[in-house]
Design a protein around this ligand. Sequence first.
Ligand SMILES: Cc1cc2nc3c(=O)[nH]c(=O)nc-3n(C[C@H](O)[C@H](O)[C@H](O)COP(=O)(O)O)c2cc1C
Length: 184
Amino acid sequence: MLSPVPVVLVSCGGIKGWKANLITIAWAGNVCSDPPMLSIAVRPDRYSHAIIKTTGEFIVNVPSTDQVKATDWCGVVSGRDVDKFAGTGLTPAPGRKVACPMVMECPLNIECRVRKSLELGSHTLFLAEVVAVQVSSEVVDARGRLNLQKAGLMAFAHGHYFALGHHLGHFGFSVRKRKKRGRT
Ligand SMILES: Cc1cc2nc3c(=O)[nH]c(=O)nc-3n(C[C@H](O)[C@H](O)[C@H](O)COP(=O)(O)O)c2cc1C
């Protein structure tokens, strides 16, 4: 019931005899800012689980709405049976700090190294340190800030994909002092 959540394409493999693979993950989250860390929850029966467990690396590729179909498809077929890069037409590109490939078409690529894995039950929680971040220059404005409109980020809620909707406010807007109106 905790929703909406992000939906991301996690790339892994391409090393230590594993083929490069993509897995769709909705149970992903930021968990620490110093050191920067995130988590992904992966079921042990996923092909990607064995890859991440043995290589200790993955990349969280944050897709835009342009990649929604590929994102869904990577979540319904297994890398045991298909080559998901070939099947989606997504382009693998080298990471900066990790050996597995990232997805070129995704606006944000977050390179991760596993620091801890917790077997929780149905899922293994991989806690990973962010070792590099790549951002497509097309979604960054002149001041180096992420242009949310251009990034076209998505959310996942109760089995459905959504584009981000109306802007409601910014961080801290509820306590921001109003500018005085009238004469000075
Ligand atoms: C929207 C969506 C979100 C998903 N989230 C997760 C998740 O958080 N954890 C997980 O283990 N599987 C999740 N899955 C299922 C896997 O992506 C799916 O089983 C995939 O085929 C596994 O690929 P693999 O066998 O190549 O690793 C999700 C699927 C979809 C479509």
